[in-house]
Design a protein around this ligand. Structure first.
Ligand SMILES: CC(=O)SCCNC(=O)CCNC(=O)[C@H](O)C(C)(C)COP(=O)(O)OP(=O)(O)OC[C@H]1O[C@@H](n2cnc3c(N)ncnc32)[C@H](O)[C@@H]1OP(=O)(O)O
Ligand SMILES: CC(C)C(=O)C(=O)O
Length: 510
């Protein structure tokens, strides 16, 4: 089994994400977490970019002890001097110098001939070696460079003393087989390449970063460069957590692993997301909020029976506490029952079927079903009061210049359907007057309270009422996504209790 070294560039290429600008303190916090994650190298910044970046690299170099600290520099003495200034106190330091080698970059950006590129690359490596034992050289835009010229440049910088050679797919252009071929060609044609580390560095412009990285590893790369959460210039860099998990999960295929402490991945991802402001999409591999969530009934049933039916990574492996079965309209009875048991309910089959039916009804009205929704749904039924009146329908006419009018239809325990309408001082008052008429009851409304028990615009509302009739006082509770419906349910429930207390109730089966 080969061990692939991890070179993290979250603080350099990751910071090249538009909108991201980390302070020195934020960079240090991320660097310390990357050290805990176990990355071999931390590219902390580009020392020549600004005094602030130089200072941040310097702080990181002083504090981090177990990872090598790297600064990027152009192939220029001025930049390399700055990198040394930033890294001179590091326990372990590495210079990362680069120059573009592709025809497009040579012609349009650098305006240099092939000979000048080789000369500049060699000079930079030699100058860097005066300060640093470890010098990485990158052929920027390697994947669009003529392979014979790439071999020539790499041979020249290896001879000049580079200890790591990086072949970046700078613009995310290459395809896995092509990228693998570049590594094969370099390995087969550069003398002494076996004495240096060979690194891959992929961007995700065509969504190929992970595939290309894995292809390079298969072809012999010994170091992977990337960022946490895949942040970086344009479409980003390869997401290191995805590469690490692909290798870990498919050891059988790649015969290679990284030495990352995988259980630190979730924490690292959250920290990077929080400090950079780059939100991780829910469906992102390995670290997305939904990466270990199962939504549909058939999957949930499978996971409950044997987790490996639908999970190829155990959440604990990457530091996530557990998987989640998300209850919603696509869930089935197995997952619903499991959730009820987790919440402490042990229902009979009939109660379960009834609760499941009402759960599906709620799902059609509410997108996110929380534990509180389920508790409210079950509790509303579980108190088992015989229902003399069951609410069938409410209709309301309301306008700010008209008198609110409600029409209420109820079904009685013996099967009759009754309907009445009434006007009131407000919507709730009109509903309650219509219920009084339809039930032919005279009660006093002693108290009315409304609460939101779940969150969001479609939250469940909970209404409490207290009614009295003579000496008898009863309470009722109603729950619905609609507060007027919750109000009607609470009132009817209290009336049903009142009827039970008087001994008039017809026993109904739940
Ligand atoms: C693929 C990558 O991600 S590479 C890293 C990219 N990251 C960054 O650029 C972030 C940090 N950069 C910066 O702060 C600035 O660009 C600096 C400080 C490095 C340079 O700033 P300036 O001197 O104002 O130059 P500017 O950025 O406008 O242009 C880049 C110059 O460097 C030259 N250059 C580009 N790459 C290299 C290289 N690897 N080696 C030598 N020179 C290079 C360009 O040809 C251009 O030179 P010119 O001024 O003679 O035309
Ligand atoms: C400097 C190099 C390694 C780079 O970031 C790239 O080519 O994408």
């Amino acid at each position: 089994m080969r061990t692939i070294e991890v070179f993290d560039t979250t603080l350099r290429d990751g910071e090249q994400s538009p909108g991201v600008n980390l302070s020195a303190a934020e960079k240090l916090e991320i660097a310390l977490q990357l050290e805990r994650l176990g990355v071999s190298r931390i590219e902390a910044g580009f020392a020549a970019a600004s005094p602030g970046d130089l200072q941040a690299i310097r702080e990181i170099a002083k504090r981090v002890k177990n990872s090598t600290i790297v600064s990027l520099s152009r192939a220029s003495e001025k930049d390399i001097d700055k990198a040394w200034e930033a890294l001179r106190d590091a326990e372990s330091a590495c210079l990362h110098t680069f120059i573009a080698t592709s025809p497009i970059h040579r012609k349009y950006k650098l305006n240099m001939t092939k000979e000048q590129i080789v000369e500049r690359a060699v000079a930079a490596v030699k100058y860097g070696k005066k300060y640093f034992d470890m010098v990485e050289f990158s052929c920027e835009d390697a994947s669009r460079t003529e392979i014979p010229f790439l071999i020539e440049v790499v041979q020249a910088v290896v001879d000049a003393g580079a200890t790591i050679i990086n072949l970046p797919d700078t613009v995310g252009y290459t395809m896995p087989a092509e990228y693998a071929n570049i590594f094969t060609q370099i390995l087969n044609n550069v003398h002494g390449i076996e004495n240096v580390k060979l690194s891959c560095h992929c961007h995700d412009d065509l969504g190929m970063a992970v595939a290309n990285t894995l292809a390079a590893i298969q072809a012999g790369a010994t170091q992977v460069e990337g960022t946490i959460n895949g942040i970086g210039e344009r479409a980003g860099n390869v997401a290191l957590e995805e590469v690490a998990l692909a290798l870990d999960t498919r050891k059988d295929f790649y015969q290679a692993i990284t030495n990352l402490k995988l259980e630190e991945i979730a924490r690292t991802s959250k920290l990077v997301s929080r400090l950079t402001g780059m939100i991780v999409p829910g469906n992102k591999a390995v670290v997305g909020a939904n990466a270990f969530a199962h939504e549909s009934g058939i999957h949930q049933d499978g996971v409950l029976k044997e987790v490996t039916t639908y999970e190829i990574i155990r959440p604990e492996r990457v530091g996530v506490k557990s998987n989640r079965l998300v209850l919603g309209k696509l869930s089935g009875r197995h997952a619903f029952k499991d959730k009820l048991q987790e919440l402490g309910y042990h229902l009979t089959q009939k109660e379960l079927d009834d609760a499941f039916f009402r759960f599906k009804e709620l799902c059609d009205r509410k997108k996110d079903i929380s534990d509180e929704d389920i508790i409210a749904l079950v509790d509303a039924k579980i108190t088992n009061i015989p229902e003399t009146y069951i609410l069938e329908n409410i209709q309301l006419s309301y306008g700010n210049h008209s008198v609110p009018t409600a029409s209420v239809r109820v079904r009685t325990a013996d099967g009759r359907v009754l309907e009445e309408a009434a006007c009131g001082n407000g919507s709730v008052d009109s509903i309650y007057k219509a219920i009084d008429r339809v039930t032919n009851e005279e009660v006093v409304l002693e108290d009315y309270k409304i609460l939101s028990i779940t969150q969001g615009k479609d939250a469940l509302g909970e209404v409490y009422v207290r009614l009295s009739q003579g000496d008898c006082t009863v309470q009722g509770r109603g729950v619905s996504t609609d507060v007027l419906e919750a109000s009607a349910k609470a009132y009817l429930r209290a009336l049903n209790k009142l009827i039970v207390r008087r001994g008039d109730a017809v026993e109904v089966v739940m």
